[in-house]
Ligand binder design. Sequence first.
Ligand SMILES: *Cc1c(COP(=O)(O)O)cnc(C)c1O
Length: 213
Amino acid sequence: MGIKKNLEKLRNSIPKEITLVAVSKTKPISDILVAYESGQRIFGENKVQELEIKHTKLPSDIEWHMIGHLQSNKVKYIAPFISLIHAVDSLKLLKEINRRAKQNNRIINCLLQVHIASERTKFGFEINEINEILDESNKLENICIKGLMGMATFTEEKSQLNSEFTKINNLFKKIKNKKISTLSIGMSGDYELAINNGSTMIRIGSTIFGNRN
Ligand SMILES: *Cc1c(COP(=O)(O)O)cnc(C)c1O
């Protein structure tokens, strides 16, 4: 099936209120244009350099999301245009985003990544660190924390996925307010479970664009 069909099928299978981030990492400009032409405007990438290139080559009404691990020394390259940074996982990074946002006269929207997976390799804050980080981020004038982001363990074990998503959703429900209203959980393999667990934003790559090499 083609990208356009995949997108239509996906959109029709999820509630309207869910924000769909089309994850276009490793995919060519031509693929992104097909999705764009069928109405998709939010795209997610996980590499700074790729984001920069695609941002300059593609229409300016695209909202670009940085979904991958971000190093502080690379924030400056995306600060002028990024619309949401999903995986903020340290205060140091948050402060650097604030600094670069200020230089660009912008407020940059961020999500705090919460460590929910059993794998040690996945980044993110522990659940009990979030309140302190929220307090600290209130002092940063050019940052807006919009919510939380999580990545579940790479497994097909539904009960485990469920318990990991429940954990982050419980935290989300506690801190939720007018401004903190985004819960970014759910990828191609687990978005239905994520939506059942309160997801408001899903990040979908292979279901739309096909498998990556
Ligand atoms: C690649 C990626 C996705 C999308 O993965 P698919 O399984 O292709 O849908 C979502 N979130 C993050 C952080 C990713 O790196």
